[in-house]
Design a binder for this molecule. Structure first.
Ligand code: FES
Length: 605
């Protein structure tokens, strides 16, 4: 543990820590472009200069390249170091366009910040700038090579970290070019991280281009609902439109990155056909009237068909707070069934995996990245939960052996095929992890967990809150809708954000749907009450490992200003809420329904 002094502060750090990291550990910022916590050092940009005043090394040094050593005395504010950093910025700016006002990165650009902070305010160079031809890189990422400062972050990320092969660096000396050999869509399912990792505006999110400046954004910490991994994100919105999503660092979960599926998934939230108003029997209504009508219909169904003729149906995409209210609603209306799954198969599978995963046996993405032996068993991480494939690659890069059990899949790393789990030398590994989906045999996994104390498993559940709702299924004895409908007693359902297959939907005479998506269930429902999407409310999901994570409200619900109206604006009608803004989180609607039942004693029990 070398002890050194940085700007008069004594710092003790682990062996191998760079000066830049040592300074950061005591909140001393040092400018950097090419260094990145996930990528390490490259020594390419030379902007992290510090001066070593005493100790084993002396003079101006690059702080990202030099490991901290005992007795070093480092100054980040020495005039020579400050002048060096200012000159480097000036050199970088010789070819970089002075186009901040019209650059989409402006306001969230590391180069812009360091240029200002470094004191390079006046341009002295009056020659011609080097220019490049940009490439079309697909519908998601804009390419603007003139802004490149050759930090090499993009290519190091794309090739080394993410395993992409269709993007690289070409040329030499003063004419290096970062792009594809030919124009075309980037092939990596993690290409969107180029936007986050580029410290200037070479790669920007095309889907949100020129829509807002950083200081206009509505942002909040969130969790991706795309699969069960629970990757941390920061969605960005303006005027009730979800503009883009960027990765949010969480070392235990997704690290610094997210997959393209989670990043470029704004369309569902911004969909013009989203249910924005309550509807009763195909006529637009208000939420209060729709709730009243729903209570009357529940009562009428009970009178007609007897108690137990209604089922309450939730789903694995509901936030946990709403899901936890379903048993209370079911109790109040004496529901014939409480369901969180539509099919028997999914219900059985999720229940058995919740039994299997307990404290100590589930592997986080970080556990996978640190594993020395990974077994991919009967699942396809790249398609089912892409960031798990990214985690597998990081383990492989650190020397882990990756086994795939008799399955045709693609992974962004090398792997060895094995016929069965018994053919994998799990006992020899220090930190073995089995990655599977719910089709795996839980009995077999259970035996393996018993036999290998260090073994962890990462079961990929189908949806963001599959785990949380499976816990509730177990606690409240919920069954699948398929089972509930088997005896023909159920005549109506209250569906909360549930995607009910057409075959089951056809068997149900009365459907009330609370949802924010225009699903087939919503189309078939006699009563529709709009709920808010996850970015329009606070809530939490429990991911595949049993980790509960909170997400915060990013924006208000309602028709986006650049929205559904062909003229580009919702109707100019004076009202207290935005057009289409009466949607409420499902948990609030359920709480209201429960209160109405309690107040009016209109339940069937
Ligand atoms: Fe040190 Fe680039 S951050 S040389």
């Amino acid at each position: 543990m070398p002890k050194l002094i940085i700007d008069d502060i004594t710092v003790e750090v682990a062996e191998g820590t760079t000066l830049l990291e040592a300074a950061q550990s005591v909140d001393i910022p040092i400018p950097h472009f090419c260094w990145h916590p996930a990528l390490g050092r490259a020594g390419a940009c030379r902007v992290c200069a510090v001066k070593l005043l005493d100790g084993p090394v002396k003079g101006i040094q690059m702080s990202c390249m030099l490991p901290a050593q005992e007795g070093m005395v480092v100054s980040t504010t020495d005039p020579e170091a400050v002048a060096m950093r200012r000159h480097v910025i000036e050199w970088l700016m010789i070819n970089h366009p002075h186009d901040c006002p019209v650059c989409d990165e402006g306001g969230e650009c590391q180069l812009q910040d360091y240029t200002i902070a470094g004191g390079h305010g006046i341009r002295r160079y009056s020659g011609k700038k080097r220019t490049h031809v940009n490439q079309y890189l697909g519908p998601y990422i804009e390419h603007e090579m003139n802004r490149c400062i050759q930090c090499y972050r993009c290519v190091r990320y794309y090739q080394e970290y993410a395993g992409g092969t269709d993007f690289g660096v070409m040329g030499s000396a003063g004419r290096v070019y970062f792009g594809r050999f030919q124009e075309g869509q980037l092939e990596s399912p993690f290409s969107g991280n180029l936007v986050d990792i580029c410290p200037t505006g070479v790669f920007t999110d095309k889907t949100a281009r020129f829509r807002a400046r950083y200081w206009d954004y509505d942002m909040a910490p969130s969790v991706c609902p795309g699969c069960s991994l629970g990757c941390n994100t920061t969605p960005v919105a303006r005027y009730r439109e979800l503009l883009k999503t960027v990765a949010r660092r969480n070392d235990a979960v997704n690290g610094w990155f997210i997959c393209d599926r989670g990043r470029f998934a704004n369309s569902a939230v911004n969909a013009p056909l989203r249910p924005r108003h309550a509807v009763v029997d195909s006529r637009e209504s208000c939420v209060e009237d729709a709730l009243d009508t729903l209570l009357l219909r529940i009562h009428a169904l009970g009178e007609l068909h007897g108690p137990g003729s209604i089922a309450v149906v939730g789903s694995s995409r509901m936030a946990q707070e709403a899901a936890e209210l379903l048993p209370q609603l079911a109790l109040r209306i004496a529901a014939g069934a409480l369901c969180y799954r539509t099919t028997r198969k999914e219900s059985t599978e999720t229940s058995s995996f919740v039994e299997l995963v307990h404290t100590g046996s589930s592997a986080s993405q970080q556990d996978v990245r640190k594993s020395d032996c990974i077994v991919v068993y009967g699942c396809d991480p790249l398609n089912e939960a892409p960031m798990m494939a990214m985690a597998i690659r990081q383990a492989w890069r650190s020397g882990a052996t990756v086994y795939v059990i008799e399955h045709k899949i693609t992974l962004p790393c090398e792997f060895t095929l094995r016929a069965t789990l018994d053919d994998v030398p799990l006992a020899e590994a220090e930190r073995p992890v089995i990655i599977c989906n719910l089709s795996a045999e839980t009995d077999q996994l259970d035996k393996l967990l018993e036999g290998h104390s260090r073994l962890k498993i990462a079961p990929l559940f189908p949806a963001a809150n599959s785990f949380g709702t499976a816990l509730l299924m177990r606690e409240h004895g919920a069954i699948s809708l398929e089972e509930a409908l088997a005896d023909g007693e159920i005549k109506g359902i209250i569906s909360i954000e549930a995607d009910i297959p057409a075959a089951l939907l056809g068997k149900i005479p009365f459907v009330a749907a609370l949802d924010w998506q225009a699903t087939a269930t919503v189309q078939a429902a006699q009563i529709v009450i709009p709920t808010t999407a996850w970015v329009e409310m606070n809530g939490s999901y429990i991911n595949y490992e049993g980790r509960a994570q909170h997400f915060s409200k990013v924006m208000n619900p309602g028709v986006p200003v650049k929205g559904l109206d062909p003229a580009g604006h919702p109707p100019h009608i004076h009202r207290s809420t935005a057009t289409g803004g009466e949607a409420l989180p499902a948990r609030q609607l359920l709480a209201r329904l429960i209160k109405l039942l309690d107040d009016g004693n209109r339940g069937l029990s």
